[in-house]
Design a protein around this ligand. Structure first.
Ligand code: AMP
Length: 415
């Protein structure tokens, strides 16, 4: 199978790494890719938001499967363009991707499907926002209605800050605060059959102890030893399957990856948000544990044949990923710094490896930082403690001027 992956972050590097290890994959391409992806796939300089360019590349390569990684191309209709050209594509239509692209749309689908989520109001004026904030009380949760790369949400006890965020965004969703630990559960679906993956937890705040600003994600781990038994089955029955069924009922079936961000509250499991693609950095740890070759699973989603797939096989062990971000991330990331120690950070036996996010190869062969999140250092082990130890050992071998990472990824769960 010839496969083309769209995107250029650590999530796409993780996808490419797994696909490159799948014996069914004869050729692997990625657009635009990054310096790390270039080591396992042929990279192509294509505008990932341009459906016509992506389709032309897929056709020229004779790709039999296109995998769209990030949300922006999905919302821009890149999967629709590729599908219209007769190429199998993993990823939802623009219509179905509104589940991520519009928080208000997601709330509407959840209400229709009876999916448990935070009570909320959609607000466009300052007066509406003020009324909604006072209806719920502090802590306040204000979400930009549109795509904001994980940074459009403000959770604060400061009413003025909440109002200011609402004013800055235009249309917002204001909702009740959900207490309790968060879980990310991914499912692969073809619009009818839903195949949940293993749960993971990510770390959204920039600093240790969940301090500092929200980021795209600073690390993740899987499995979750503290999660209640039967969680995956419960979420499949109460969240994932009803949502997929509701979108099919509306005539806009969702195929690809459905990501449920959940809060396990004192009053039960609630959906915080849906995403329409693999989450970053949770993908890095979930795929590290998946034993079933990836291409066949993604192809079955793309071709509506998931019901014929054997049950997924998983590594019993654990995986941890630690993100190394550039100086100034998330507010004002500095780019162009050289990265050293990448080879030294990889374990010869494959138990620790470096996935690239914002990197690029310089003319002289050095690897330079090229974005906010730069690397996702991933390790596996018999348990979380071992995986953590290996991941941090690798992190210590890498040098990036001004680089920052959290020191407490998976710490509590490993104890
Ligand atoms: P989202 O982009 O919707 O995932 O929100 C980003 C982060 O904001 C989540 O991972 C939560 O930590 C936090 N958050 C979002 N909605 C709520 C809520 N209703 N209650 C508490 N925290 C929330």
């Amino acid at each position: 199978m010839k496969v083309l992956v769209i995107g250029g972050g650590a999530r796409e590097h993780a996808l490419c790494r797994s696909l490159s290890q799948d014996p069914a994959v004869t050729e692997l391409h990625c657009a635009p890719g990054n310096a790390g992806i270039a080591q396992v796939a042929t990279v192509h300089p294509v505008d990932q938001l341009d459906g016509a360019q992506v389709t032309a590349l897929a056709t020229a390569l004779g790709a039999q499967l296109v995998v769209v990684g990030p949300e922006a191309p999905l919302v821009a209709g890149v999967a629709d363009a590729v599908r219209a050209a007769g190429v199998a594509v993993f990823g939802p239509s623009a219509e179905a991707a509104r589940l991520e692209g519009s928080k208000a749309f997601a709330k509407d689908v959840m209400a229709a499907a009876g999916v448990p989520t935070a009570r909320s109001y959609v607000c466009t004026t300052a007066a509406e926002a003020a009324k909604a904030l006072d209806a719920f009380g502090a802590p306040y949760v204000v979400k930009d209605d549109g795509l904001a790369a994980g940074k459009g949400v403000v959770v604060t006890s400061d009413r003025d800050e909440a109002l200011a965020h609402a004013a800055a965004c235009g249309q917002v969703v204001i909702e009740e605060y959900l207490d309790g630990p968060e879980v990310s559960l991914f499912a692969i679906t073809d619009g009818s059959t839903v195949l949940p993956l293993q749960p993971a937890q990510d770390f959204k705040r920039a600093l240790d102890g969940d301090q500092g600003p929200n980021t795209g994600g600073m690390g993740a781990y899987s499995p979750l030893p503290w999660a209640p038994e039967g969680l995956v089955e419960e979420v499949l029955a109460t969240v994932l399957q009803p949502t997929v069924d509701e979108l099919r009922r509306r005539g806009t079936p969702f195929s690809g990856l459905l990501y449920a961000g959940l809060a396990l509250t004192s009053r039960g499991t609630r959906v915080i948000e849906f995403n329409a693609r693999f989450g970053d950095p949770e993908t890095q740890v979930v795929l590290a544990r998946l034993r079933t070759p990836l291409a066949g699973v993604l192809h079955a989603s793309a071709t509506g044949t998931l019901d014929q797939l054997e049950p997924l096989r998983w590594d019993e062990g654990a995986a941890v990923t630690v993100v190394i971000a550039s100086k100034g991330y998330p507010a004002a990331p500095r780019t162009g710094d050289p990265i050293e120690g990448l080879a030294e950070a990889e374990a010869a036996d494959g138990t620790a490896y470096v996935l690239h996010a914002g990197t690029k190869a310089a003319e002289d062969g050095r690897v330079l930082s090229a974005g906010g999140r730069v690397l996702s250092v991933t390790a596996t082990g018999a348990g979380l403690a071992e995986a953590r130890e290996r991941a941090y050992r690798s992190v210590e071998r890498i040098s990036l001027a001004g680089g920052q990472h959290r020191g407490d990824i998976a710490l509590k769960a490993a104890q």
